[in-house]
Design a protein around this ligand. Structure first.
Ligand SMILES: [Zn+2]
Length: 273
């Protein structure tokens, strides 16, 4: 590990939860999918927590992802997503801006925002940081896909979130600053990235974002979901993460795990270093 990475601190910003049908997140036969013995079985309506990560590094203050917006109900209205993923499990002190404020930070205090991908529940506040002059980074394939379709939205990409913003793009696995590396883990979307942090005390942490929604999806064997852009790419990415995690003895933090989020050290009271 480079000497400077000894001073990295990661603050997990828990930003409350959306709610959704579990089938979106976990296509596990027998649980998500009804059998003929169970045709009246109601959908399993579950917590879908959302988080961002604030990384204090000697060279830069980095924000990983920007969670959902306060105006979700209006902004998502054209897409219908507000009915499938209502962001109604959030209190006033859990919105991203409140979480940053609890650490004494405003958007202008951030040096760069690194986006795992540009879906509506990750890019919801990215414009706020752009307006504050913060450098934005995402994967080149993600940028091309998210800006390359016609119309306002496609799947869970909503142009209102990011249209017209300038992103610096990266390709492949890229070290942003020493000890902070993005991993190209496509499949969920064309350019989904995961975040690897090499911390002095905690060791390696990998924030998978939507490359892996939850522990039940990680397996082994990996279990798919209702939103996957490319299933084979997705599976390769899960196994890529698994290989790195086994090699580095990493702690994995999944993108939307309703149980795990409550087991983490959460900002402002807790952090990882
Ligand atoms: Zn996503």
């Amino acid at each position: 590990m480079a000497g400077k990475s000894d001073k990295i601190t990661a603050h997990v910003l828990a930003c409350g939860a959306m709610h959704c049908d579990l089938t979106w997140l976990l296509l596990r036969p027998g649980r998500s999918i009804a059998s003929r013995a169970d045709t009246a079985k109601p959908a399993e309506w579950v917590d879908c927590p959302t988080h961002a990560v604030l990384i204090d590094h000697p060279e830069a203050r980095i924000l990983w992802d920007t969670s959902c917006p306060r105006d979700w109900e209006d902004r998502w209205e054209p897409t219908g997503l507000q009915d499938f993923f209502p962001y109604d499990g959030v209190s006033d002190d859990e919105y991203l801006d409140a979480r940053l404020l609890q650490l004494g930070l405003a958007p202008r205090d951030i040096d760069m925002v690194v986006m795992s991908h540009l879906h509506f529940d990750h890019a919801g506040n990215v414009r706020t940081f752009a307006d504050a002059g913060v450098r934005l980074i995402c994967n080149d394939k993600e940028y091309a896909h998210a800006t390359g379709f016609s119309g306002l939205f496609a799947g869970a990409h909503l142009k209102t979130d990011y249209e017209g913003l300038k992103f610096d793009t990266v390709s492949g696995d890229t070290e942003i600053v020493p000890g902070v590396t993005v991993l190209e883990t496509p499949g969920h979307t064309p350019g989904t990235m995961s975040l690897q942090l090499d911390l002095a005390d905690t060791g390696t942490m990998i924030f998978t974002s939507d490359a892996i929604y939850m522990k039940d999806a990680y397996g082994p064997p990996a279990v798919g979901a209702a939103i996957v852009w490319d299933s084979l790419e997705w599976l390769r990415s899960v196994e890529k993460i698994r290989n790195i995690a086994e090699r580095t003895d990493a702690t994995l933090v999944f993108g939307h795990d309703a149980d795990q989020i409550h087991q983490l050290r959460i900002a402002p009271s807790g952090s990882y270093s």
